[in-house]
Design a protein around this ligand. Structure first.
Ligand code: HEC
Length: 290
């Protein structure tokens, strides 16, 4: 047990500690911000618009105007509180969860997911990894309702993902399984099937394709595709934050294909491919979508 300090001593220490802490904070932020801009989501999008001539990126000036007040920030805050709260049979927070850059390291971690994890022998996406930590660190059993509480999991995802805002997408491709998952996702992206004989590429393989008024993003244009894969995001049309898995599911529904399961290897594979296709461009987190 540390001894209590006398008030005068504590006061002196505080005077010293404040400037030191401030310096450490600033020093840290820039040191961690490797491979990243310090820009807000709105500025990142504005820069992408300036660098490209994209109808997809410019289709909603209203959304661009609202980005500074994105309602998703409330969800990010909820996610932070939940992340730091001691929960589960082990009464632990998620602050020691390892998202691939070491226990507790959140800065830039989501920009490098999906990735291979030694401890599970699997390539995992953010949602899968979060649920893994809820089981192993917090001790939630397989059938715990917390593991399927989608709005809570989405809030946790929104918080962790927001710590990668401005980081360049950089999913690792060193482990053979990382490469295999990306390649499987590529095959899935181009495979035409079902009653409409559509593939993802039918709608997302060229610039300027539209469905009614919506301009669709082109997977071959990383400046468009980085916004496309920036999830979780606020969907204005749904008045809520949606996860990357919900986007995958929505597009599978549009193709009239069988439903793909959340946290399945198939869902993770398609996200490995779509992140790889946005490699090097800055993540917009949280984004605001139509
Ligand atoms: C029938 C055309 C169609 C097909 C096929 C299709 N999508 Fe989509 N996709 C859409 C539409 C429509 C949207 C929503 C655009 C919007 O909200 O403005 C969308 C949105 C997306 C987004 C987010 C874009 C954004 O602006 O936020 C991603 C990523 C995406 N699709 C990936 C895929 C993948 C991966 C597949 C294959 C599994 C696929 N899509 C198949 C039509 C399609």
């Amino acid at each position: 047990m540390p001894k209590l300090m006398r008030p005068s001593r504590a006061g002196r220490n505080l005077l010293l500690a404040v400037p030191v802490a401030t310096f450490a904070l600033i020093g840290n932020a820039s040191a961690q911000c490797v491979n990243c801009t310090n820009d807000a989501p709105k500025d990142i999008l504005t820069n992408l618009i300036d660098q490209s001539n994209s109808d997809y990126l410019t289709q909603s000036p209203q959304n661009l105007m609202m980005m500074g007040n994105n309602p998703a920030y409330f969800v990010v805050d909820d996610g932070k509180a939940l992340f730091e709260r001691k929960r589960g049979p082990n009464n632990k927070s998620l602050e020691t969860c390892d998202f691939g850059k070491g226990p507790g390291v959140l800065a830039g971690a989501y920009a490098e997911m999906p990735r291979y994890f030694e401890d599970t022998g699997r390539v995992m996406d953010l949602e899968t990894r979060l649920v893994h930590c809820m089981k192993t660190i917090q001790g939630f059993p397989e059938d715990a309702p917390e593991l399927t509480n989608r709005s809570q999991i989405r809030a946790l995802m929104a918080y962790v993902a927001a710590q990668s805002n401005g980081y360049a997408w950089d999913p690792p491709m060193e482990h053979p399984l990382e490469k295999a998952m990306r390649d499987a996702g590529e095959a899935m992206f181009y495979r035409r099937s079902s009653i409409l004989d559509f593939s993802c590429n039918t709608c997302h393989g060229e610039t300027g394709k539209r469905i009614r008024a919506s301009v669709l993003p082109n997977m071959n244009n990383p400046k468009e595709w980085t916004k496309a894969v920036s999830w979780p995001a606020q969907r204005v049309g749904k008045s809520s934050v949606r996860s990357p898995y919900q986007r995958v599911r929505g597009c599978y529904w549009q193709m009239r294909k069988g439903r793909i399961n959340r946290r399945s290897d198939a869902a993770i594979a398609i996200m490995s491919f779509w992140k790889d296709a946005a490699r090097g461009e800055p993540a917009i987190l949280p984004d605001l979508k139509r």
